[in-house]
Design a protein around this ligand. Structure first.
Ligand code: SF4
Length: 379
């Protein structure tokens, strides 16, 4: 059981990007020096490191069960420490993945909290709206995910510029007297965007080198994990929670690598590019589930819709089985990027892949043959 009176701290530690959470941390009087060096805060530092590792491995940050005020405070303090860690490592992919993982986890927690039917559930939604300065009409708000919410279209536009799915386009929403109609679940999704923007702001922080050096023991482990994954999944390096290894990502054409890299970083990718990468990977033999895993990082990920689209492209419902678009189609939609010398010899991304794979195998064989020739020559 949680200690009496711990509720506020617990609530704040689940949403550590809130102004109230920063104020709480400030009121604790913990200095940066304390957070980095004091033995009392080792628990917060280790949890900060875990936050980053969870983001790398799972794409989410766990919300633990809070049993005491002390634990809630350590959880709260682990957030600024995690921000320092990713800033010291200075890897742009990691920074984006970390920010997106924190935002997604907060969104999931919001969904959970707001569906309990308790007043705390609705309070947190009001608080989020206030925090991000959104004048929302909550008059018909309930614990139901479909409960209607209205928000001013200027605020709506402010936070949805990265959501490319056509259902987010203003023309596809009901607009009444400058207010956009949303379901509660959709409003929370918009809030996730606001949270992501808040968390990403100022990241990476400008942390002095000497300070980064003093926390090497924490960053070293994270860097080792990043390196291990890079080796395992290749330079274009994307991995899924099921841990599948893509055929040979080092031979993917630059257009596909660029799309995958954007998906990995949680950048929104246009439909034509999603179609291209999905068809390409299906043609290579990846399963529907493996491809859905890749999309999980996408900011507007919706498992049901994604599955429907991937299955449709795969042709498992009796529809056409698509092949990946040719280079000329890729060019038409602006998806042909970073082309290299191999591109000049092909007219299809799949041909590029086959050619690069052959070249790689040939080079490998030459390498293997080299020492043999030398030994024979010496005889
Ligand atoms: S030329 Fe073809 S394979 Fe190369 S980047 Fe463009 S679309 Fe991809």
């Amino acid at each position: 059981m949680m200690e009496e009176g711990v509720t506020e701290e617990a609530r704040l530690c689940f949403y550590p990007f809130l102004s109230a959470a920063s104020n709480y941390v400030e009121a604790l009087g913990v200095t940066l020096d304390d957070l980095i060096t004091a033995a009392t805060f080792e628990r917060a530092r280790l949890r900060g490191k875990e936050r980053v590792r969870e983001a790398i491995r799972e794409g989410t940050v766990r919300k633990p069960v809070i049993m005491s005020t002390a634990q809630a405070e350590m959880e709260l303090l682990s957030y600024p420490f995690a921000r320092i860690l990713v800033s010291c490592i200075g890897n742009a992919h990691l920074v984006r993945r970390y920010a997106l993982s924190e935002a997604k986890s907060a969104y999931n927690k919001l969904l959970e909290d707001s569906s309990t039917g308790s007043s705390a559930g609705t309070d947190i939604i009001y608080e989020m709206a206030q925090e991000f300065d959104i004048q929302v009409d909550f008059s018909r708000l309930s614990h139901m995910e479909h409960a209607p919410v209205q928000m001013p279209f200027v605020d709506y536009l402010r936070f949805t510029s990265n959501l490319r799915d056509k259902r987010w386009k203003l023309v596809n929403r009901g607009l009444e007297k400058g207010q956009v109609n949303l379901r509660k679940g959709e409003f929370l999704r918009v809030i996730q965007e606001a949270i992501y923007a808040r968390i990403s702001k100022d990241l990476p922080l400008d942390v002095p080198g000497v300070l980064c050096e003093s926390i090497r023991k924490y960053t070293r482990d994270i860097e080792a994990e990043l390196e291990e994954r890079r080796k395992k999944f290749g330079d274009s390096g994307f991995e899924t929670s099921t841990g599948f290894l893509v055929k040979d990502p080092s031979c993917f054409p630059p257009c596909i690598t660029a799309i995958l890299s954007n998906l990995k970083d949680g950048v929104n990718v246009p439909h034509t590019a999603r179609f291209a990468v999905t068809a390409f990977l299906l043609n290579l033999g990846l399963t529907v589930d493996e491809i859905i895993e890749i999309y999980k990082n996408s900011p507007d990920f919706d498992e049901e819709r994604t599955r429907y689209q991937v299955v449709h492209i795969a042709g498992a419902q009796g529809s056409t089985k698509y092949t990946a678009p040719s280079c000329s189609t890729m060019r038409t939609y602006g998806n042909c990027v970073d082309n290299d010398d191999v591109c000049e010899k092909v007219n299809h991304p799949l041909s590029y892949y086959k050619r690069r794979l052959k070249l790689k195998q040939k080079q490998k064989k030459e390498q293997q043959d080299k020492p043999k020739e030398k030994v024979e020559g010496e005889k």
